[in-house]
Design a protein around this ligand. Structure first.
Ligand SMILES: CC(=O)SCCNC(=O)CCNC(=O)[C@H](O)C(C)(C)COP(=O)(O)OP(=O)(O)OC[C@H]1O[C@@H](n2cnc3c(N)ncnc32)[C@H](O)[C@@H]1OP(=O)(O)O
Ligand SMILES: O=C([O-])CC(=O)C(=O)O
Length: 377
């Protein structure tokens, strides 16, 4: 049997949730093009789509929004504990620990029936934003703010993070960013969640594992790495030379390349337009201009090899504009992706539910001698 390194091209289940046409640079959630959703939907509506496989009607959407809003409040015990988490911890470590702790606080943690999974999943979808916003406030030496039920998920997240009710434009930006990040097939963190869940562990454990996986700079952590790259480059004038030096040393340009896309990631296309808009309107033009030059200069070498900007390339410009520091970029990704994780666990359990257990070709010795400790060099 051939070894599929990195599990590339391996189909391990079936799914209706997401289709990625990597050659054409197209992405669909339940058949709906991502650009349509980013432009016209809300995070709540897209989450309903990912959990139910169809768009809600007006009444369903209204009651789903209310249900999510009611679930935003964190248990007092968790909020108390937040004051003892180290403020220096990376926000992804904070989130990972908070999810795990929510599991300990749930007396029915181990119930993984479809009904329980849906209920607990909705709870996590609602609470992720509250956890991340609380962490941001605590890092700034401020008290976390209680969520508001009268605001949308995107607006409430921005309100809890900053203490100020966002403008309609800011709410729309956040909604679009959350929709673009909500789902992406069998990426590393979703696969991690499914692999854990296939052992019949509980939802909190599977999601804690997924957060851990998203944190890595080859996956969700790349958005933070892109902003660090911008800071290292410093000025647009320095960008071309910086890229050439990096590529000459065979180092990677963060926010570029993808296992599935061999064309421009359609999400990066939408985010590029949003980043350009905020750059023009609010003066984040240094960051945006550096990225445009990196994209062009690196593209000369990398585009012919099918390496283009991915979703993590331009998102940071938008998040900065919304008032977030770079260490919160990956947590914002998680605030969105929790919907995809929960949707996939529900789907996998209903459709397949087989233990995930791949294999490797053995290339070691056989019948090696057991050398007693005293006789070893
Ligand atoms: C939300 C997301 O997860 S999107 C991805 C976010 N990650 C990043 O932006 C990090 C930078 N990108 C990368 O590291 C890669 O493109 C990955 C990990 C995302 C996907 O890579 P894979 O499909 O596994 O390809 P692999 O790592 O095998 O690389 C193949 C070749 O392309 C090159 N390559 C891939 N990405 C890049 C890049 N960003 N810059 C320069 N070269 C690259 C590799 O060096 C390698 O070259 P080689 O064949 O000469 O050794
Ligand atoms: O699909 C992948 O491998 C990574 C990705 O873009 C995502 O998770 O959004």
């Amino acid at each position: 049997m051939e070894v599929a390194r990195g599990l590339e091209g391996v189909l391990f289940t079936e799914s209706r949730m997401c289709f990625i046409d990597g050659e054409a640079g197209k992405l669909y959630y339940y058949g709906i093009p991502i650009q349509e959703l980013a432009e016209r939907s809300t995070f709540e509506e897209t989450t309903f789509l990912l959990l139910h496989g169809r768009l809600p009607n007006r009444d369903e959407l209204e009651s789903f929004q209310k249900d999510l809003a009611r679930r935003r409040v964190l248990p007092d015990h968790l909020l108390d504990c937040f004051h003892h988490y180290p403020t220096s911890a990376h926000p992804m470590s904070f989130l990972r620990t908070a999810v795990s702790q929510l599991g300990m606080l749930d007396p029915t943690e181990g119930d993984i029936s479809q009904e329980a999974l849906y209920e607990k999943g909705l709870d996590l979808i609602a609470k992720f934003a509250t956890i991340v916003a609380a962490n941001k406030r605590l890092r700034e030496g401020k008290e976390p703010l209680p969520p508001r039920e009268d605001l949308s998920h995107a607006a409430n997240f921005l309100y809890m993070a900053s203490g100020v009710e966002p403008s309609k434009e800011q709410e729309r930006l956040m909604d679009a960013a959350l929709i673009l990040h909500a789902e992406h097939g069998f990426n590393a963190s979703t696969f991690t969640a499914i692999a854990a869940f296939s052992t019949e562990t509980d939802l909190y454990s599977a999601i804690t594992a997924a957060v851990a996986s998203l944190k890595g700079p080859r996956h969700g952590g790349a958005n933070e790495a892109v902003m660090r790259m911008i800071e290292e480059i410093g000025t647009p004038e320095r960008a071309r030379e910086w890229v050439q030096e990096k590529l000459a040393k065979k180092e990677r340009i963060m926010g570029m390349g993808h296992r599935v896309y061999k064309a421009f990631d359609p999400r990066a296309g939408v985010l590029e337009r949003l980043a350009r808009r905020v750059a023009e309107a609010h003066g984040h033009s240094r960051e945006y201009r550096i990225l445009k030059i990196v994209e062009e200069e690196a593209g000369r070498v990398l585009n012919p090899r099918g390496i283009y900007p991915n979703v993590d390339f331009y998102s940071g410009v938008v998040y900065s504009d919304l008032g977030f520091g770079l260490e919160f970029f990956t947590p914002i990704f998680a605030v969105a992706r929790i919907s995809g994780w929960v949707g996939h666990l529900l789907e996998y359990q209903a459709l397949d539910n087989r233990l995930l257990r791949p294999d490797a070709r053995y290339i070691g010795e056989l019948d090696a001698p057991y050398v007693p400790l005293e006789a070893r060099a």
